[in-house]
Design a binder for this molecule. Sequence first.
Ligand SMILES: [Zn+2]
Length: 470
Amino acid sequence: MGCRDSRPPAFPPYVYLLFLALRGIHGSARYCAGELRDQAVWDEIRKGVAHHLGRDEARRLPETGPSRHQWQYAQSTLFIPQLGELAETFADLALAQALRQGLLPPEARRSWSSPQRHQLIAGDGTVAKSPTLSTVPYSVDSNGVRRRHRVDPASSWQKEGGGKRDEEHENGSAAHRDKATDTEAKDPRDGKDSDDTMVLGSKFVVFSTRHRGYFRRVFLRYSHVPHDQEGGEAAVALKLACAILDAAEGCLGVLYDGAFRGMHRDVIARRGKLLINKQHKGAKPRYLRTLDYGRCRHELWANKGRAHERVFLDTGTTTLLPLPILKLQRRASPHTHRWYHVLAVPCPRGAHEHREPVGITTAPGEREDGQSDIETGFHRAEHLLQIPDATGTHQALYGGREDTEAGFSQLDRSLWNRQMIAFGADAQSLVILGFLLAQNATSAARFQEDPTYSDAGAEAAEDGTRPPKN
Ligand SMILES: [Zn+2]
């Protein structure tokens, strides 16, 4: 090929992946191209290539890094046609990295009632702000001039942090969110509840796992949530979570926000894993059963995610008292798992022990005729949680979910003007991937520096997580 010199220099695909990860730090392709064209930076990269892939490979690289134009060409011809494969390969390598860093350890001791944070995955949805506020391709201004606007096809008006409002947040971030709601929510362009902050943008879900300590998170999977997605964010998130649970034997469960409900808990619990989130706030107390021991009876209700006893007061009224949970039991059967709370039922005649199924809504055929939850009309997975809100374990672990939001705030900061820097779901998925690659690389470097997690105790100060109560 005689005209080789007139062609742009050829870069192997991994150089563009490097470019992508770098963009996850700088937030702009222009800036990355500038940096990679810096001789000192490029020499450093060639040194790294020589170290990992050999000197011959490093010698084959062009004298200077790719231009922005070359990047854009690679993005549209190399990456976007293979987005699915990229995401799957990322997921495989990310899980391998997590295992290498001692996360989701397959051999570790398992305590289902108090799992360690690094035995769980945490997920969250975020809305990346649209690169433009335009939602129509043309407008006419006051002078009658027709203007053309670029519209992001992936963006729509979305509730910021959908589902979180169902929860009782007591911390500062909730107060902040509520404040933002007061001033920004009244956008006339949306027909949704005005007490939610509406953001024009494109929604993504990511899952990660982490040890305690600084920059210890490893992101595991990500997905765009199309605005017409059936089942919304939760459906996409459930699919991601199950893919990780199926691949990571050492993963004991999932932390997610109020977007996950009983139907999602049912799927995860049947897989033999935990879902740790908050009980849906709108859930009303439900009658459960009456325990009849002959000389005494106890009326059980489901309330706030756990079994309560209805107790009669001197005043003639009744109140619901939470029953102490002695044990969380997990039972495997050939095709599914079952979960139970062993409850202590206080009684003047001596306490009783009662075993109540939790976490799963049984279907006809799974219990004796007429006794399944669907037949009795009790959505058990919605009303009885494996690890209820008001327990020390829940409170200690739920911080593990809130700090995925901190991970996302880093994403916001990595983008220029805190706005998405690409149009359309495909190019935006690459922005997310670049961000996650950069984050995972940081986490890998931290692990190399300090593989013993000696910084674990200092974490509370970093992310503002409150120490667990009781
Ligand atoms: Zn009794």
